[in-house]
Design a protein. Structure first.
Length: 96
């Protein structure tokens, strides 16, 4: 079983606040794609590009997240034109 990370957001709308939840890829995928442990903190303002759940709830599969300093990171959503799972700069290993 592969765990996925979730981002919970209180979104400001005209009528007040909506609570949303965004599913991302597994933690190891997020690290491969540029996320770092302290990138996202409670209270940070973020922009999330996502595919909404078909059931119409405030649930979505996150695709791209723009973090507070403007850093954009891919979230590891499935079925997407995502960057390669392992970036070119990742160390490679060989087995003999």
């Amino acid at each position: 079983m592969n765990p996925h990370a979730w981002i919970y957001v209180d979104a400001k709308i005209d009528a007040g606040i909506e609570q949303w939840q965004f599913e991302t890829g597994a933690p190891v995928e997020l690290v491969w794609r540029g996320w770092r442990k302290n990138d996202l903190k409670v209270g940070d303002e973020v922009t999330v590009e996502a595919l909404r759940a078909k059931d119409g709830t405030h649930t979505a599969s996150a695709r791209m997240v723009t973090l507070p300093p403007g850093k954009k990171v891919f979230s590891g959503a499935a079925g997407d034109d995502a960057p390669a799972t392992t970036p070119a700069s990742a160390p490679s290993t060989t087995h003999e």
